[in-house]
Design a protein around this ligand. Structure first.
Ligand SMILES: CC(C)(COP(=O)(O)OP(=O)(O)OC[C@H]1O[C@@H](n2cnc3c(N)ncnc32)[C@H](O)[C@@H]1OP(=O)(O)O)[C@@H](O)C(=O)NCCC(=O)NCCS
Length: 166
């Protein structure tokens, strides 16, 4: 049975960074050195590395970053989902990853936030993520035409985001 292994960036060992790189490399092929550099430069101590494992093998991966957005006038904490990828595409691993992470978010009373390209909106919708109307999003962080989606956070009328990208 597939299960999640969640490691805080502050606690991660180099060998576990290499596991993340191996899964990421299927979607985004780069040298190990540049993958490791990217992770070190972009991840912060409280970010989480999330592995979906089955029989000890890594099947999919994502990151979760604690961020804050201003929702309907209130500062609201979210876990920001990034680097979603599976070790083999089209065989149900992305689905298992999303379903397991959704459960983890709900069980731990976290709200989820993600930014994605238009092509991926349907994928995330399939797993209960809601597209926030672009006209309701005020995005002060520079970005290039991403769609904003949330999980476990109903009733968003207006969301302002000026935290970091993840
Ligand atoms: C996007 C990704 C994580 C999906 O994982 P996957 O293991 O291929 O997904 P699954 O096999 O579990 O597919 C689950 C469902 O989503 C659909 N789906 C998969 N990729 C999709 C995509 N890019 N757009 C829309 N739907 C998609 C599948 O058709 C399937 O639907 P079905 O159950 O109705 O047949 C994977 O393709 C990937 O690693 N892509 C490259 C990295 C990337 O772009 N990540 C997103 C960053 S925001």
């Amino acid at each position: 049975m597939a299960e999640l292994e969640i490691i805080k960036h502050d606690d991660i060992l180099f060998r576990d960074l290499l596991r993340a790189v191996a899964v990421k490399n299927v979607a985004w092929p780069h040298s190990v050195e540049s993958q490791v550099k990217w992770i070190i430069n972009n991840m912060q101590p409280d970010d989480l590395h999330v592995f979906l494992k089955e029989n000890g093998e890594d099947k999919a991966y994502m990151t979760l970053s604690p961020v804050t957005a201003f929702v309907n006038g209130v500062d609201t904490p979210f876990k920001g989902v990034g680097c979603v990828c599976s070790a083999k595409h089209g065989v149900g691993l992305g689905k298992q990853l999303m379903e397991s992470v959704n459960k983890w978010l709900s069980d731990n009373n976290h709200k989820g936030l993600l930014f994605c390209k238009k092509e991926l909106v349907q994928f995330y919708k399939k797993y209960g993520w809601n597209l926030i109307e672009p006209s309701s999003v005020i995005f002060t962080t520079p970005h290039d035409g991403v769609y904003t989606m949330s999980y476990n956070c109903e009733g968003i009328k207006k969301i302002e985001y000026k935290d970091r990208l993840f």
